[in-house]
Design a protein around this ligand. Structure first.
Ligand SMILES: [Zn+2]
Length: 590
């Protein structure tokens, strides 16, 4: 049995959740690029003006998310904005005969905010079969699920799986060629590891890719072998590309429908605004052009805030910054549905993939990962963003990565004035007290990938990092205590977009693996956790007009089965969403 963490790493190509994988990038980039680079404002952005009389009166049980006035029985909306919220009597003067009264079936809550997800990279494998731990409780389930997909696939066509994570199963089992040949002898099978650093393929896939026992390893990758025979375990981009290059290419219609599918799934979890955390990784500025085109044709189901990625193939960060600027993509450009808001830099890799950067080695290994940059390189990637006035978002996973990026920001920020751009560190998975204090002083807020605790907490504790470090995972309570304004995110498709599950985990810190609690001292209060998926997250994406239902804010709301502000956090993940509204008009219906 090969332990995946021990497979020889064949290249220096560093990929993480926050960057497009070169293997699958080629499949979408051409098609998206055909969208061009011109931005057309959406016509539906022209709504009726806000007046003193409500066009819509929402009557029912309303949980506002505003601690000063947590409940209401009615909300008056005009031109997409809230002009009154409170008791029916309070709002009497705001309605007339032309006001439409609606009575939603459920509790009205503020639309939830997803402050860090990846739409473009997730599109790449949207239709592949999910063999994540969440979908497949045991390794046998993984094998059975692939077998079921193969049974439904005509002979000769590819069977594709995604999000397989051996680190979550006892003994870290691999999907070998032998296993996959038994699963499907007549179809090429390819399953991607959740870290996106490995593929698992069977013999027909080897034939399709023209790879034999005699084929040399390509630059930047490894065809896994045992006793000279291919094992089916394909490591790193250089080798993975050989297989991925054989997959059928999507059409522009496929991509458009994929975007709609992903955004509707976000809306299904009550999300009305999200931050796409690495825009431009596949097709540069064309990605924004495509979003504006789609939104122009039919309003998107979720508002999108984009973080422009500091890296494009063959360009320095300075050249990337110039590319965005030349296309008219400047801070806060766009419209109320698709707006460019941030500059994204990635410091290290993934902790569960053992490529996060730590002060101390991983358990059983002699190194603690590394940064993707030299200190000068990181400063060179952040500086164009600061110079052009962007909010900076820096991916930092291990404690040494937090230190590396924090030192850079502490050095650079004084040179760029005192603008409140609400700079952010992403994941900030493992921190020291000192780092949280310094982040508060530097004005850098954390966004936590909270599902790290739920899904990988036990693996961090038992096999990857050990209990001391695992206790320092996602320190929401300490972040609040340090005066920070944290948010919670999914990093979709690292985990699914489900803000209420993230908030539940922030309160309970319960591990999916054994139900135990990972460091109760870091449990957030229910109010803190809900703030981190509403007003706190809205603040982090520069959307102060969202996140709670208050006069002057946008009428972005969800109609749900139960009020999270008054119900037990243990049940939050079971709350269902009937409808979402953007600017008071229906955006999604279950
Ligand atoms: Zn990310």
């Amino acid at each position: 049995m090969l332990r995946w963490g021990k497979i020889e790493r064949g290249s220096t190509i560093s990929v993480s959740c926050c960057s497009a994988h070169p293997v699958t990038q080629a499949h979408l980039s051409e098609v998206v690029a055909s969208a061009g680079t011109t931005f057309t404002p959406a016509h539906h952005a022209k709504k009726a003006p806000v007046s003193e009389t409500a066009d819509t009166l929402v009557v029912g049980t309303i949980s506002t998310g505003n601690p000063a006035a947590p409940t209401a029985e009615a909300m008056a909306i005009s031109g997409g904005k809230i002009i009154g919220i409170g008791s029916l009597a309070d709002l009497e003067g705001l309605t007339n005969a032309s006001t439409t009264t609606v009575k939603p079936e459920g509790i009205v809550i503020p639309g939830l905010i997803e402050p860090h997800m990846h739409m473009w990279t997730s599109l790449l494998n949207l239709t592949w079969t999910d063999v994540s731990k969440e979908a497949c409780d045991t390794f046998d389930d993984v094998v059975a699920t692939i077998k079921q997909t193969a049974a439904k696939t005509p002979d000769g066509q590819w069977v594709l799986g995604k999000l397989f994570d051996p680190s979550l199963y006892p003994g870290e089992p691999d999907l070998t060629r032998t296993i996959l040949d038994q699963v499907s002898p007549n179809n090429p099978v390819m399953v991607m590891n959740a870290s996106m650093h490995y593929l698992y393929v069977n013999s027909p896939a080897m034939v399709a890719a023209g790879v034999t026992d005699q084929t040399m390893d390509p630059p930047g990758g490894t065809f896994g072998r045992a006793d000279g025979k291919l094992t089916g375990i394909i490591g790193e981009a250089g080798a993975m590309m050989v297989f991925a290059g054989k997959l059928p290419k999507p059409t522009q219609a496929d991509i458009a429908s994929g975007i709609t599918t992903i955004l509707n799934e976000c809306a299904r979890q009550g999300v009305t605004s999200l931050r796409e955390a690495a825009t431009g990784t596949l097709a540069g500025v064309s990605e924004l052009a495509m979003l504006h085109q789609l939104n122009g044709a039919q309003r998107l189901p979720v508002r999108m805030s984009t973080a422009q990625f500091a890296m494009m193939a063959g360009k320095t960060p300075d050249e990337v910054a110039a590319t965005w600027k030349e296309a008219g993509v400047t801070p806060f450009s766009g419209d109320e549905m698709v707006r460019a808001d941030a500059w994204k830099v990635v410091t290290d890799g993934s902790n569960q993939g053992r490529s996060g950067y730590f002060f101390q080695p991983y358990l059983g290994e002699d190194n603690g990962g590394h940064a993707n940059w030299t200190p000068e390189g990181l400063r060179g990637a952040i500086t164009p963003g600061l110079r052009d006035g962007w909010q900076i978002m820096v991916h930092t996973n291990g404690d040494a990565a937090v230190e590396f990026a924090l030192t850079a920001m502490e050095d650079l920020l004084p040179g760029f004035g005192t603008n409140d751009l609400r700079h952010r560190f992403e994941h900030v998975s493992f921190t020291t007290d000192d780092q949280l204090t310094r982040m508060a002083k530097a004005g850098i807020s954390p966004s936590f990938l909270m599902n790290h605790v739920f899904y990988w907490g036990a693996a961090f504790r038992d096999t990857i990092l050990g209990p001391e470090r695992a206790n320092r995972l996602d320190r929401v309570a300490s972040a609040y205590a340090a005066g920070l304004r944290p948010s919670l995110h999914s990093d979709y498709n690292v985990s699914k977009v489900h803000p209420l599950l993230s908030a539940r985990t922030a309160v309970l810190r319960q591990l999916q693996a054994d139900g135990s609690v990972l460091n109760p001292a870091e449990c957030a209060t229910p109010e803190q956790a809900l703030t981190a998926i509403t007003t706190g997250a809205a603040w982090q994406i520069h959307a102060d007009d969202r996140g709670s239902l208050e006069v002057g804010k946008r009428a972005d709301y969800a109609v749900v089965s139960e009020d999270p502000w008054t119900s037990d956090a243990a049940g939050w993940d079971k709350i269902t969403v009937n409808e979402t509204y953007i600017d008071g008009t229906l955006a999604f219906s279950a």
